[in-house]
Design a binder for this molecule. Sequence first.
Ligand SMILES: [Zn+2]
Length: 74
Amino acid sequence: MPIYEYICDDCGERYERMVMSQKQAIACPKCESSKHAIQLSAFAAPANGNKSSHRSSSAPSSRGGCCGGGCGSN
Ligand SMILES: [Zn+2]
């Protein structure tokens, strides 16, 4: 199952989603914008696009994201 990495156009948030269908609506978990750049989850992506200052927050991202079911309910 392909996992895509999304980079929010509005806030720069990066998030990954498993995409089952191209019709699946993807929105930024942070600002809920639907504008984003998509790339296949980067195993071999060149790391030369580090222009956005991504602060190294000390908080580990422990939230599991979308835990099946309640996702997409409005
Ligand atoms: Zn966003």
